[in-house]
Design a protein around this ligand. Structure first.
Ligand SMILES: Cc1cc2nc3c(=O)[nH]c(=O)nc-3n(C[C@H](O)[C@H](O)[C@H](O)COP(=O)(O)OP(=O)(O)OC[C@H]3O[C@@H](n4cnc5c(N)ncnc54)[C@H](O)[C@@H]3O)c2cc1C
Length: 525
């Protein structure tokens, strides 16, 4: 309670009403500011400036799912969002979400993706994952119930797990498949229910009572808005859906297996679930887990561009990736974009270095004209674009250009003889229609049409999984796995289903829907 009293002093009731009168509070708290219920609560307990049954922190996919579910269970919900708009990384996404087709197949598939070698696994067990799968199987029906009309399965499990890959399926809306369209469905459903959303409202502290381990209870949140602190009571619970730590450099340095690691997602995701829950004694989990891809990052643009080069390698060829020493390091055309990102995590303890980080996409004139090397950001409604033939990025110096492979190698800073040998080998594999190095079967087209190009790549986070540990009810737990009363988390704030390798496009948003609903139900119950 220590912090609560101070917060009470910081803005007392009079102060709050004054703020409301000059307009900030009225906009800030919307219905909360003027509702009789809130006023009564303030009278009874001067330190609260508003209240709801369930307070949802962060308005992306997980926040929307949690809020809709708690609302539909009859509870008054308020969503607090740090940005001026909702959507987070969900809005920026490719709009895939998993909705598995077969329970046992999906469990087998997810267990395979959590393999740590031999008979060992990363932090997923069959019991927990089967509860998740059962709920995730409802995702397609749920999104239809919110108003999505046309949907289809667009990808199936990347990894061949004795047929189980067919059970683990990911869907997209049609005709607009992007996260923008998916977000429209979610935000329309929130608006239709008149769930209150407070924007520009960053939750900076959880209000708690009880100090002893196992006795801590979350009673509300402190929100920073327009330079003011406002306390909101949560009668039933607080659900942390404030995303991962994609933009927290210190957390990335501490928790991720490679550095640097750039983000292709929402800059508001700064690890706040970890910061907020720390005072409750929450345990952490899945801290090294990410969903990632190769990205291209430039100082002029705050967000990294997801790479299209891996896709282009399989579709068109005349394109390989090489390490910083000029050697190939994976099958560029295999299905998972998580594989190359994780292959960049390979640390060389002898050199104190990541050999594959940064890596370089190497391609020729044929490939250059066929497709853009980077996707627009956000995908559905771009602010940062990428030219169709890559000419603008060449002009900016983002893509290096040379008339020969040796000259390209010199520009990159790779030993020319090594890159020449790598490209010559690749061209021979294409002629022989066999890649003995990595078994690549698609895009066996030589790199032989000058000029030649190189584009630097880094691990790019679609999102991080690590955060306060949750149980299968979405309850945040302490180091003894005891639930912390009235505190919940979902989505990238605490990624449930991808502790290590990312199973398939759509797993993260599928996780947001699944754990968002589970946490929303539990908090409302
Ligand atoms: C370019 C891109 C493409 C992707 N494509 C896919 C895909 O097709 N399928 C898929 O499954 N995954 C995809 N991902 C990953 C996926 O989008 C994310 O894992 C998922 O959207 C995370 O949802 P979330 O609700 O946990 O977080 P978000 O959607 O990021 O929402 C979190 C929200 O919390 C807010 N917030 C943060 N801190 C606070 C605070 N203190 N107070 C209040 N609000 C706060 C943030 O501003 C944000 O709006 C993609 C990601 C990117 C970036």
């Amino acid at each position: 309670m220590a912090g609560e009293k101070e917060k009470g002093k910081e803005i007392n009731r009079r102060g709050f009403l004054k703020t409301a009168a000059i307009g900030i509070g009225a906009t800030a708290l919307g219905g909360l500011a003027v509702s009789g219920e809130a006023m009564a609560a303030q009278k009874k307990e001067a330190r609260w400036h508003g209240e709801a049954d369930v307070v949802v922190v962060g308005y992306g996919g997980a926040g929307a799912a949690a809020a809709i579910t708690a609302h539909d269970a009859g509870k008054k919900v308020v969503i607090l969002e740090k940005n001026e708009k909702g959507g987070g990384s969900t809005y920026m996404s490719g709009g895939f979400f998993v909705s598995p087709q077969d329970e046992q197949g999906a469990i087998d598939y997810l267990m395979y993706c959590a393999k740590a070698g031999g008979d060992k696994y990363f932090d997923v067990d069959k019991e927990r994952i089967s509860v998740w799968v059962k709920e995730a199987m409802k995702n397609e029906k749920w999104i239809r119930s919110l108003g999505a009309k046309d949907l289809s399965i667009t990808v199936k499990g990347w990894f061949d797990v004795k047929g189980a890959e067919a059970a683990y399926t990911s869907w997209q809306l049609k005709p607009d498949t992007s996260g923008v369209a998916l977000w429209q469905v979610l935000s329309d459903a929130v608006a239709k229910r008149k769930i209150e959303v407070m924007y520009n409202s960053s939750v900076v502290e959880l209000v708690t009572q009880g100090n002893a381990p196992g006795k801590i209870e979350v009673t509300g949140v402190v929100v920073q808005k327009g330079g003011k602190s406002v306390s909101i009571k949560a009668k039933k619970g607080v659900i942390l859906t404030c995303g991962g730590f994609d933009y927290n450099e210190s957390m990335k340095q501490n928790f991720l297996a490679a550095y640097p690691n750039y983000s292709v997602g929402n800059p508001g995701n700064t690890g706040d679930a970890i910061k907020l829950s720390s005072k409750t004694g929450a345990a952490l989990w899945h801290m090294t887990g990410t969903s990632a891809t190769i990205c291209h990052k430039f100082p002029e643009v705050p967000v990294a561009y997801p790479s299209m080069l891996k896709l282009a390698a399989g579709l068109f060829g005349s394109l390989i990736f090489v390490s910083k020493y000029g050697e190939r390091f994976f099958d560029e055309a295999q299905g998972s974009y998580d594989v190359p990102a994780k292959a960049m995590y390979n640390y060389d303890p002898v050199k104190f270095d990541f050999a594959n980080l940064p890596c370089w996409g190497i391609f020729d004139e044929k490939a250059r004209t066929k497709a853009p090397a980077g996707t627009p950001v956000p995908m559905g409604k771009p602010i940062y674009k990428w030219s169709a033939d890559n000419s603008e990025e060449i002009a900016k110096g983002w893509i290096l250009k040379a008339d020969s492979i040796s000259e390209l190698a010199r520009k990159i800073g790779i030993e020319p003889a090594v890159l020449e040998k790598t490209v010559a080998n690749w061209n021979r594999f294409c002629a022989e229609k066999k890649d003995p190095e990595f078994g690549r079967e698609l895009g066996l087209v030589p790199i032989d049409s000058a000029p030649f190009y190189a584009l630097k790549g880094y691990p790019g986070l679609w999102g991080t999984a690590g955060g306060p540990k949750i149980n299968i009810h979405g309850e945040v737990v302490d180091a003894k796995d005891e639930p912390i009363k009235r505190l919940y988390a979902a989505g990238n704030a605490s990624g449930f289903s991808f502790p290590h390798m990312y199973p398939l496009s759509g797993t993260a948003i599928g996780d947001c829907f699944t754990m968002g609903r589970i946490a929303g139900r539990r908090a409302a119950g």
